[in-house]
Ligand binder design. Structure first.
Ligand SMILES: Nc1ncnc2c1ncn2[C@@H]1O[C@H](COP(=O)(O)OP(=O)(O)OP(=O)(O)O)[C@@H](O)[C@H]1O
Ligand SMILES: [Mg+2]
Length: 941
């Protein structure tokens, strides 16, 4: 068996969640209690606890005699007693000469001790012989030092063993501690306990309960070092260590809670369940089976209906199953199997024809109730082989889920049906179509998308059905998954196959009309919008009208058309129908998103609030993730940043495999890391934002801007220019310059740094033309920064400072606090360059304070360094200044440089970055006033 093999190859992990229990047992043994009882159901961890007890150093002083009773009645009487004594032969040899004559009665049972035991005359009567054996064992035990007798699985003990335990209670001189473990539901030990209690012996009785959630967490940490899904594992195992252990084992080295769904019933768990059923008897087994088939907690009436037992017989059997802890009461009068795996094991052990009959009974029972759960009914029809009714129920259940605002539940039911090999061919198309429609509302997982891709590729579908599924697939690929190009291709193909379905066509065209996604020019997007309007003309389908209106407004907002605001004013108040509410929510959300890109932060907040009223996490999970992403971008601009990184991390974790929905959060994390931590982390994060949403133009362009800024600050100007140019290329292709609000100033700086002033000037002209007449205040402020940088480069410092100041003011008005601080910083640097230290100090001080207030630590540090350079009065803290003399480090580097080492070699030798060495060498040459490394040599002493 797998488990046994693994047991041998893997060292036993330490015991989890049993600190108190173990301490109780150790204490009882140390105090020489006469009887220590550990009671608990199968697999709860009795034997494991015993092993831990026997390992405890406090036990070392005892002579331990151990026996494990077996579930088979041995033909050999005294089986357990023999096992126990045979295990202690060495100890017995040691005390051999002192053994009392009665111990000779053991000689026939223990040939290995022949010669050691005194001569003994066998009595004639069997009952006397039996008594003598008991006395002999007691005498042997007395001869040992602090004997500790351990009996595991007492529920399977033979009569002689039970007699021995009773006998030890009455044996006056015995000082034996008996530790015994058993399943309380399989043996009645009242008389035995009474034998000890009645004589006033000290005893301990421990009822071992399943692990708690923290106990399971400890178990998981022990195995895997993390306990992420302890609660889920606890739910599935009822905390039974045997089940926990098997599940963890099956999960292998990469445990996730999703993997739990894929695991069948582990063999050891199934064996344990089946074994317990055999002990339960027929009626109680029938009760358990009824509950397992029913599929949800069952009442007594449900159980009676499914099991066919009479009321009286059923009640007694139910009590038996509860006592044996096969069932438990979930809510008053509702019973279920202890854990989901037990339910499956019981279910799978029912013979097929019987199972089908029970499902038919369940259908009858459920159909009689006022509101039968459709999903459950579908399940029973499926397993009763009533396939047509099954399909009806599946479709009705999906409809019900959509109507009650839980599309994800509907999707699950449909997907299960689609995966089922028994789904009739005639039904496949209806189920797939339905799934493709539900997917638009819920969150489509990669598995859902794969399924539908297979459907449109491989199935012989009627043309219009195939086209609609393809259309929905395309919409999801574009809107939710970020596979824009593939999605647009599906939509275009669907459009050619759907000549007559006007509203479906309109929906596809309206998606192709959205400028943000995909790389066709805005003019093409606008043509699609016009076609969508045409397709929809005259329709009375209110959802189609609402969907088109949402996209019409979105298109205008995304290109910052000033007329968009009037259209927004015509939006209806909250409608009642869920589909219309969702469309209106989507409209507000798109408004908010475009408004943040454009710099209309006040209205963005308003639309986010309006959207929050209309969409919720359950009915439109994908919309609420988008809302969360937009909100993060808004907060990154306006502040405050408290907890922003954590919120972004949470969103990334929550959307998991749907990476596209994480793009906003990744962009924000990239910014935050740029502004306040390590630039290499920031670069990586910005890269993953692009990878999450490769077809989302503003995200990709803005991530290019972020990476260009980081590389330029590091002095990697070639890389910076490549990033800037790639971003600009996209903007040009798209022809929507409002999205260059972050990029244009960075690109200008990079061009000027690399001696490309004419390109910077051309960019400004292009940018200016591109945003002319657009209502995009963020881009308008950025244009001022570009103009200021160019003026500064031309030597027009006064003009440049005025432009920087105006830009800062515009940013502050939005407010985009970090951009405002940056404009002020640039103004300060410009003043310094112009030889106006007073203005430089004023602006840099203001920028530093603004950055610090925002917690933009990297930015603030940069300003502080600039201030140190430009403010003669500012005290230099920390390191001692060496004026024009070389610092010790500079001396070392100068020596290396003079000896002919390159900067790279020096960097490696001193474990510094090459850039740092370059700086040092530049400072050395400045301080020593030399122009080449070769002339350094003579100046060094
Ligand atoms: N506290 C624990 N920490 C880690 N593993 C445990 C713990 N308790 C039990 N286990 C593991 O769970 C499995 C079942 O435990 P164990 O065999 O001790 O149960 P049991 O109560 O003796 O059951 P049975 O009545 O069938 O003998 C074992 O493989 C054991 O190693
Ligand atoms: Mg055991």
């Amino acid at each position: 068996m797998t488990a046994a093999r693994l047991d041998q190859t893997r060292p036993e992990a330490s015991i989890s969640g049993r600190t108190v229990e173990l301490a109780t047992l150790v204490g009882a043994v140390a105090e020489r209690h006469r009887l220590v009882v550990v009671e608990g159901e199968a697999g709860v961890g009795k034997t494991r606890l015993l092993r831990e007890l026997l390992r405890d150093p406090a036990i070392a002083a005892h002579t331990v005699l151990e026996a494990h009773c077996l579930p088979v009645r041995t033909t050999h009487p005294y089986g357990a007693i023999v096992e126990m004594l045979a295990g202690a032969v060495d100890e017995l040899r040691a005390v051999g000469p002192t053994l009392a004559p009665i111990t000779g009665a053991l000689a026939p049972l223990l040939p290995e001790l022949r010669g050691l035991l005194p001569e003994h005359q066998a009595p004639l009567s069997p009952s006397v012989a039996r008594h003598q054996v008991l006395r002999a064992v007691a005498a042997v035990l007395e001869a040992l030092d602090r004997p500790l007798l351990v009996l595991d699985n007492l529920q399977w003990a033979d009569e002689e063993t039970l007699d021995l335990v009773r006998f030890l209670a009455v044996s006056p001189r015995s000082a034996v501690t008996v530790v015994t473990l058993y399943r309380g539901d399989e043996i009645n030990t009242n008389d035995l306990l009474e034998a000890y209690r009645g004589r006033g012996h000290a005893m301990t009785q421990l009822e071992l309960a399943p692990l708690t959630v923290p106990g399971v967490a400890e178990f998981l940490r022990e195995y895997h070092g993390c306990a992420d899904f302890a609660a889920e594992l606890h739910r599935r195992s009822a905390g039974l260590p045997l089940v926990v252990e098997e599940l963890v084992r099956e999960l292998g080295d990469h445990p996730t809670s999703a993997r739990l769904d894929e695991i069948g019933v582990p063999a050891r768990v199934r064996d344990a369940v089946v074994e317990r059923l055999t002990h339960l008897g027929r009626s109680a087994t029938a009760v358990c089976r009824a509950v397992a088939v029913f599929g949800q907690p069952a009442t007594e009436a449900d159980i009676a209906a499914l099991s066919g037992l009479s009321d009286r017989g059923m009640t007694a059997a139910l009590e038996g199953a509860l006592r044996a802890r096969m069932l438990h009461e979930t809510a008053r009068g509702h019973y279920d199997l202890r854990h989901p795996l037990a339910a499956r094991a019981v279910y799978e052990a029912i013979p097929g024809p019987r199972r089908r009959e029970m499902h038919l009974r369940a259908i009858k029972r459920l159909s009689g109730s006022a509101r039968p759960g459709l999903a459950l009914l579908a399940h029973h029809y499926r397993h009763a082989d009533e396939l047509d009714r099954w399909v009806e129920c599946v479709l009705a259940a999906a409809q019900e889920a959509a109507d009650t605002g839980v599309p994800a539940a509907g999707m699950r039911i449909l997907e299960n049906a689609l995966d089922d090999a028994e789904l009739p061919v005639s039904a496949k198309e209806a189920v797939a179509l339905r799934l493709s429609r539900e997917m638009l509302q819920g969150i489509a997982t990669p598995a859902t998308i794969d399924r539908l891709r297979t459907v449109v590729r491989d199935w012989p579908l009627p043309r219009d059905v195939g086209a609609e599924i393809r259309m929905n697939l395309g919409l999801v690929l574009v809107n939710q998954v970020g596979q824009v190009v593939a999605g647009q291709r599906e939509i275009e193909r669907a459009l050619t196959d759907l000549p007559r379905r006007r509203t479906v066509r309109a929906r596809g065209m309206a998606t192709l009309a959205l400028p943000q996604v995909g790389f066709v020019p805005v003019a093409t997007n606008l043509r699609w919008l016009a076609q969508a309007e045409q397709a929809c003309a005259g329709t009375t389908d209110s959802e189609a009208i609402a969907a088109l209106r949402a996209n019409r407004i979105t298109v205008r907002m995304q290109i910052a058309d000033p007329g968009a605001w009037q259209v927004i004013d015509t939006l209806p108040a909250a409608p009642v129908a869920p589909s219309l509410r969702r469309q209106l929510g989507r409209t507000h959300l798109n408004m908010a998103d475009a408004a943040v890109w454009n710099g209309h932060f006040g209205p963005a907040r308003h639309h986010l609030d309006a959207a929050a009223e209309l969409v919720d996490d359950r009915s439109a999970p994908y919309l609420s993730s988008l809302a969360a992403g937009t909100e993060l971008r808004l907060l990154a601009a306006t502040g405050p940043w408290d907890g922003l990184a954590e919120k972004a991390d949470r969103l990334v974790a929550a959307v998991g495999q749907m990476g596209y929905l994480a793009a906003d959060a990744l962009l924000v994390l990239g910014w935050l890391r740029t502004w306040r931590s390590r630039s290499s982390d920031a670069l990586r994060t910005l890269q993953s934002a692009t990878e999450a949403a490769p077809g989302h133009v503003p995200i990709v362009v803005t991530a290019h801007a972020g990476r260009a800024a980081i590389l330029s600050a590091r002095g990697q100007v070639t890389g910076a220019r490549a990033e800037a140019e790639a971003g600009l290329e996209l903007v040009r292709q798209k022809d929507n310059w409002v999205w260059a609000a972050e990029l244009a100033p960075v690109a200008t700086e990079v061009f000027l740094q690399t001696g490309r002033a004419p390109e910077a000037a051309a960019l400004l002209a292009e940018f200016r033309r591109g945003i002319q007449g657009r209502d995009a205040p963020l881009a308008a402020a950025a244009e001022l920064v570009c103009a200021a940088l160019l003026a500064q480069h031309r030597g027009g410092h006064t003009e440049a400072m005025a432009l920087f100041a105006e830009a800062a003011e515009r940013y502050r008005a939005l407010p985009h606090r970090r951009a405002a601080a940056r404009a002020t910083e640039l103004s300060g640097l410009c003043a310094a360059e112009a030889g106006d230290p007073a203005a430089a100090v004023r602006d840099l001080t203001a920028a530093e304070a603004d950055y610090a207030a925002l917690t933009a630590t990297t930015d603030a540090l940069r300003c502080r360094k600039a201030l140190r350079r430009h403010d003669p009065r500012r005290p230099t803290r920390g390191r001692r200044g060496y004026g024009n003399a070389l610092s010790p480090r500079e001396k070392a580097i100068a020596k290396f440089a003079a000896s002919g080492l390159t900067n790279r070699e020096i960097a490696e030798l001193l474990t510094l970055s090459r850039r740092t060495v370059e700086c040092h060498v530049a400072n050395i040459m400045r301080k020593l006033d030399v122009s080449s490394r070769t002339s350094l040599g003579g100046l060094l002493d």
